[in-house]
Design a protein around this ligand. Structure first.
Ligand code: NAD
Length: 509
């Protein structure tokens, strides 16, 4: 049952809602999660956590809209996408503020996230070209063959907390352009961006029911996974959940792309420009407080440059300002108290394991109006491959320097990691770079580029435990994922033609 009563105030806190069938829908499960401003530690809203019944109702609405939307002309669908793009362009700043208020990342970083998501909207505006099939005349005598691609139906998207706007936007512009309808289940930690986007779609003219937001936790996700009316699942989050969704979704006969966690290495060769490498290591390790799946968390110093490089990184890390992301700070808080505790525990563990703590991010004072979830930039040297600060995805502002002797050692180290999302090499040696990109078993590689996030018209995704499925996000992989192919073989025999009956397998002539 969907309740259309307006969202209520609860103990002075803003109660959020679902967005289903083009309107705000109040949660009826009785379960809520707190949404927190990570810079102050204050609860800013309650988000309803959907029951299986509420999820089923959302799927029904999306399913009912599908026939109408798949039959809406491509010209009209594309015009709505263009309009959405214009509205988002005009109001990107509002969305960035929402992201900062719930995630904590600094405003400029939030604006960058919106811009990277917008690139996928722009790419999707090319849907008329990208959805074109192919045709062959006279493939056999008088026989023509053509291929077409058709939408799947209801597509579920389950997204993580760390990119409240960009990660959903890796998927829904393409899904919608291709004629599918969408149920987005955003992270319960950062639900407001998705609700804001839903209203923008409506303003852009998207028919009700095509884009729906179902708030919730694992209960909602399990209902999406088990519903026969959900045709595909696009997931981004931690590796254990990604694996679970991939296995459970595949067992239900769904298409699944499940992007998981990461431990990204940045390798610096002795011939590299060490100042450039230090600048980029700091940006890539501490941007968004390390809560990026493409963050650099392991710096691999090759040869005798480690002392010089660590010194340069330490000088830069020490002067970074940490505090409220709405102020002119370099780095904001972590997303939650639990994340702060987890990251602090890793720093304790690194120290106990014997790594050299060069910059300690455990401090008491930050530029904020409350007890936010802060940890300052942290740098460890002499980290070895069995320490938990190296083996685990910390997802915080902690950079571990591992010293190795050769490029071969660096490549072997990277290839021994279960994660394989992104990696970067800093060098001026083209031959070394060529070998690195060839031999390293990682999905996204940067050469003198520390966070090599592909453009929207290429595809984003890692290997091994960083992605389950064979389809990466956006680019042509995106259009492939959100459509399925048909091949049509046609002939128009002369009316008077009489053919003998033949049961042999048809061949060409
Ligand atoms: P998470 O796995 O805890 O949650 C992701 C989503 O799954 C959320 O919507 C959550 O509600 C849902 N979920 C959580 N537990 C579930 C369960 N047991 N069953 C079903 N659904 C469940 O991840 P997070 O903490 O929100 O995000 C951080 C993680 O995401 C990191 O590991 C990071 O590397 C990863 N990430 C990966 C990429 C990538 O492209 N590979 C991009 C961004 C984030």
């Amino acid at each position: 049952m969907l309740s259309t009563e307006p969202p209520a105030q609860h103990h002075g806190t803003n109660d959020l809602h679902h967005w289903i069938g083009g309107r705000k829908v109040r949660g009826t499960s009785g379960r809520y999660g707190d949404v927190t401003d990570p810079a102050t530690g204050r609860v800013s809203a309650r988000v309803p956590l959907a029951s299986a019944e509420e999820a089923a109702a959302a799927i029904t609405v999306a399913g009912a809209a599908f026939t109408m939307w798949r039959n809406t002309s491509l010209a009209r669908r594309t015009r709505i996408l263009f309009r959405f793009r214009e509205l988002l362009d005009a109001r990107a700043g509002d969305l960035a503020e929402i992201i900062t208020a719930e995630h904590g990342k600094v405003l400029s970083d939030a604006a960058g996230e919106v811009a990277r998501g917008q690139e996928v909207v722009e790419f999707s505006c090319g849907a008329p070209h990208l959805l074109k099939g192919s045709a062959t005349m006279n493939a056999s005598t008088g026989v023509d063959v053509s291929s077409i691609r058709q939408p799947l139906g209801v597509c579920a998207i389950v997204s993580p907390f760390n990119f409240p706007a960009m990660v959903p936007m890796w998927f829904f512009p393409i899904a919608i352009a291709a004629g599918n309808t969408v149920v987005l289940k955003p992270s319960e930690k950062v639900p407001t961006a998705a609700l804001w986007i839903a209203e923008l779609w409506q303003e852009a003219g998207l028919p009700d029911g095509v884009f729906n937001v179902l708030n919730g936790d694992a209960t909602a996700v399990d209902a999406l996974l088990t519903s026969p009316d959900v045709r595909s699942v696009s997931f981004v989050g931690s590796t254990p959940v990604a694996r679970h969704l991939y296995e459970a979704g595949a067992a239900q006969g769904k298409r699944v792309q499940a992007l998981g966690g990461a431990k990204n290495h940045m390798v610096v060769l002795p011939d590299a420009d060490l100042d450039l490498a230090a600048d980029q290591a700091v940006n890539a390790a501490f941007g968004s407080a390390g809560e990026r799946c493409m963050a650099v968390s392991a710096l691999v110093a090759v040869g005798d440059i480690a002392d010089a490089l660590v010194g340069r990184i330490a000088d830069r890390a020490k002067v970074l300002e940490t505090g409220d992301g709405r102020r002119s700070n370099d780095m904001g808080p972590l997303v939650s108290k639990a994340a702060q505790k987890r990251v602090t525990a890793y720093i304790d563990a690194g120290e106990a394991a014997g790594a050299t703590l060069v910059v300690d991010g455990r401090r008491a004072n930050y530029d904020a109006d409350g007890p936010g979830f802060f940890v300052g930039p942290t740098l460890f040297d002499d980290v070895t491959r069995n320490m938990s600060i190296y083996t685990d995805e910390i997802f915080g502002p902690v950079l571990s320097v591992v010293r190795v002797a050769t490029l071969d050692d660096a490549i072997a180290l990277i290839n021994s990691s279960p994660y394989s999302n992104g990696t970067a090499l800093f060098t001026n040696d083209g031959r070394a770079a060529r070998r690195f990109q060839d031999e390293v078993e990682v999905g996204m590689i940067g050469i003198n580029v520390p966070v090599p996030v592909p453009m929207a018209y290429y595809s984003f995704g890692g290997w091994k435990s960083s992605l389950f499925g064979d389809t990466h996000a956006h680019g042509m992989d995106g259009f492939h994922f959100f459509t399925r192919g048909k091949v049509v073989t046609t002939r128009w025999p002369e009316p008077a033609t009489r053919e003998s009956i033949s049961l042999h397998f048809p061949t060409n002539s």
